[in-house]
Each structure stands twice: as C-alpha cells, then as structure tokens.
Write a protein that binds this ligand. Structure first.
Ligand SMILES: N[C@@H](CCC(=O)N[C@@H](CS)C(=O)NCC(=O)O)C(=O)O
Length: 187
C-alpha cells in the first residue's frame, strides 16, 4: 500500500508537505478532504486526526504503520524515510532548519492565515470581516516578517524573475523549496 496523504490543495499546510513530496520525488496517493464541505469533521477523518485538520499522512505497510498529522512532522518523516540530506541536513544546519520550522509554526504562521479566513472564508460564509482581527494580524506579520527578512537578506535564494507559480496541486515547489528551505539553511 502506498503512502496516503489526506489534504486539501487550498491549504498552505498541505502545500508545504506536497512541495517536499515533489522535491523528493516520492510516490504518494493524495486523498482529497474538502475543508469547505466539512469533510474534516466526519467520524472517519476524526479517527485519524482528532484535531480535524489536514494534512495527515498514513503509511501502512507490512513493516510499518504510522498515522501522522502536523505538516512539520510529516515533512521531517518524509526526509528521514527517503534519506534526504538536502532539505534536512545531518550536520549542524539540521537544528537550524528545525528551529525555523518551529518558528514558522509558532509565530509567522499564526497571523498569516487570518487574511485568508477574514477575506475569503468569512464572505463565503456570509460573515463580515473582523477588522480588529485583521489589524492584529498586520501587527504580528510586520514583527515576524522583519525578523525573517533580516535572516534572509544575505542568503542565497532563487534569482529574481526566475520564480514561477506553477498551476495545479503540488507545485509551489520552485518558490517554497528554494526560498524557504535553501535560504533558511545555515552554512
Ligand atoms: N498545526 C497544523 C495546522 C494545520 C491546519 O491549520 N490545517 C488547516 C488547513 S491549512 C485545517 O485543516 N483547517 C480545518 C479546520 O480548522 O477546521 C499543521 O501544521 O499541520
């Protein structure tokens, strides 16, 4: 049985995982969980992730049975399983990569989805955007984007003009892999 990843392509957390899948050239089966339709709230889905969130990886083979939620844990699992040392090095840089993954989850990512929730989801649900929430998100993004910018300033990334936004399910690869992973790795 192949590795299954339960995901919604509209989710940034899922795209982080699919970027790694593509970079490692791993064969996975994506199972579409339509968040807007509430498919993440069914009993079957809550059985594999009681938090009711995507992504979730399920790998059941004769030698292994693992059900894993949390995008960062899934990304690390894939790198470990497929012997990657480029995205997740085995030298001192490894801890720096992990540090930025935790930092992103703990700080940067907390405020950025608020824009999506207030500007896209709220109108879809017939609700008004919450201005106070957006203002606080702005404030947080400014603080954390400044930290990220100063870290990235002198690091290699993709040459200007060469980044692309390929269409489709998995491919934010060029942008995400180069900008996030390569630039955050400390030599
Ligand atoms: N900490 C989780 C967050 C995942 C997450 O926020 N998933 C969102 C989509 S981006 C989700 O499934 N939301 C559904 C909900 O909140 O009901 C991770 O890193 O995987």
């Amino acid at each position: 049985m192949s590795i299954k990843i339960y995901a919604d392509p509209g989710s940034g957390s899922c795209r982080r995982v699919s970027a790694v899948v593509e970079h490692l050239n791993v064969d996975v089966e994506y199972i579409f969980i339509d968040l807007l339709a509430g498919e993440n709230r069914t009993d079957d889905f809550l059985d594999i992730n009681p938090t009711g969130m995507v992504p979730v990886l399920v790998n059941e083979t004769t030698n292994e049975k693992i059900i894993l939620s949390e995008a960062a844990a899934i990304m690390i699992y894939l790198c470990e399983k497929f012997g990657d040392t480029e995205l997740l090095p085995r030298n001192n840089s490894r801890m720096q990569v992990l540090k930025w993954m935790f930092w992103a989850a703990e700080h940067f990512r907390q405020s950025s989805p608020i824009y999506f929730e207030e500007k896209v989801i709220a109108p879809l649900m017939g609700n008004k955007e919450n201005i106070a929430r957006l203002k606080e998100a702005d404030r947080q993004i400014e603080i954390h984007a400044a930290i990220l910018n100063s870290h990235l300033e002198h690091r290699k990334g993709i040459p200007q003009g060469q980044s692309t936004f390929p269409s489709g399910w998995s491919t934010l690869r060029t942008m995400m892999i180069n900008q996030i992973f390569n630039r955050l790795t400390v030599d």
